[in-house]
Design a protein around this ligand. Structure first.
Ligand SMILES: Nc1nc2c(ncn2[C@@H]2O[C@H](COP(=O)(O)OP(=O)(O)OP(=O)(O)O)[C@@H](O)[C@H]2O)c(=O)[nH]1
Length: 362
């Protein structure tokens, strides 16, 4: 296997797809906040113009002032960059606008009508759980304002039928939008789960349960990146089972599979949690050792070689199981992992040529 050639491939830095999906969700909320601000700005501005044309200068002035605050917030959010707090700021602005329209009646008593837009808006901003909680509070506060006799500050006049219909529509719309968003949320959760499962399948070897080659490349890239920053030492072992074709041919493929699983377990149980054991190919394994120099890697390889050899005794069949290791230490200054893997590979082949069942680390 030519590792030098393989290493010339460029591997993309790994990003967890589930974390990516969550990031996208947050971005979607922040984006929705921007749209809500533009929407609120358009409505407030339009109502301001209508109020001005109708001669209600005070209402027009107030609406323009609110529009100016919304515009400034929009500009501010774009200059400062969106954050998790953006939906809160937008929610607060919308609430101020809403209660103003509710109390004043807006233009021709139509202010309340726009309130239905709060429903998709808040669910979009805060998700179906917190969105519903917020909207229920808004609905409750609205009912109080509308039905409390002579509520202080309520200048608009809404007839009783209008009030009752508004509360009913607001409640029904909140419930329907929450149900829709909750099913969207459930579908999304399922997608996250499936993505995590697929990711697990894509990174795990089905026979041994070890990391597969793809995952091993990702881990080497990550280890190299970390070590370039920390100038730490790390090593890699490449182990290849000896005369495995003979074992397969003599005892059958399913016995060969069992040996591979048992060897994987030996390697896994004799390495640290920080180390990574991967199935590198058919009967080849790769072990990544952070914070370990070549000497340390050699000692571990010798221990693993010994434990793998001891496996032979656990089967009723008369079988000799052994493994040959090549050890190489990473060079933090090196670009890419080609040289490191090629060196470990070459040493592993030297171990084979020197008679198998041994470790070569220099
Ligand atoms: N049972 C089983 N065998 C596998 C698997 N993957 C690879 N092999 C076998 O591993 C054997 C590797 O054979 P070779 O590459 O000739 O190497 P070897 O016989 O181990 O000889 P040396 O490496 O030189 O000691 C082949 O017979 C493959 O079919 C697997 O998943 N299960």
């Amino acid at each position: 296997m030519n590792f030098a050639l393989q290493s010339q491939q460029q591997f993309q830095p790994y990003t967890d797809p589930v974390a990516q999906a969550r990031g996208l969700e947050l971005r979607r909320r922040i984006q929705a906040s921007g749209y809500m601000l533009i929407f609120a700005l358009a409505i407030t501005g339009a109502m301001g113009v209508i109020a001005l044309m109708g001669g209600d200068v005070f209402l027009a002035g107030t609406l323009f002032a609110v529009a100016a605050v919304i515009l400034l917030s929009y500009i501010g959010v774009n200059i400062a960059g969106p954050s998790r707090k953006t939906p809160l700021l937008v929610g607060a602005l919308l609430l101020v606008l809403y209660f103003y329209l509710l109390l004043s009646g807006g233009v021709n008593n139509t202010g309340l009508m726009w309130a239905v837009m709060l429903v998709p808006g808040f669910i979009n901003l805060y998700g179906y759980k917190w969105g519903t909680v917020t909207l229920t509070c808004i609905g409750g506060a609205t009912a109080l304002i509308l039905f409390y006799p002579d509520f202080p500050g309520l200048q608009a006049h809404y007839d009783t039928g209008h009030r009752a219909r508004f509360i009913a529509i607001f409640g029904a719309l909140t419930a329907l939008t929450a149900i829709l968003d909750s099913s969207r949320h459930q579908t999304q959760q399922m997608l996250h789960m499936l993505t995590a499962e697929l990711e697990n399948h894509a990174s795990t070897d089905a026979l041994t349960g070890l990391a597969n080659r793809r995952e091993a490349y990702r881990a080497i890239d990550e280890l190299e990146r970390r070590n370039r920053e920390l100038a730490g030492r790390y090593s890699v072992l490449i182990g290849d089972l000896d005369s495995f074709k003979y074992i397969n041919d003599t005892h059958g493929h399913s016995f060969g599979d069992q040996v591979l699983k048992d060897v994987a377990e030996v390697l896994r149980s004799n390495t640290r949690a920080d180390d990574m054991v991967a199935r590198w190919g058919g009967e080849e394994f790769l072990i990544l050792l952070p914070n370990t120099d070549a000497a340390g890697g050699g000692i571990l390889a010798e221990k693993l070689r010994d434990r793998v050899e001891a496996l032979s005794k656990q089967y009723p069949q008369d079988v000799n199981i052994s493994i040959s290791f090549g050890v190489a230490e990473g060079n933090p200054a090196a670009v890419g992992h080609g040289q490191l893997l090629a060196q470990a590979d070459a040493r592993m082949y030297r171990a084979k040529n020197d008679g198998r069942n041994r470790v070569v680390s220099a």
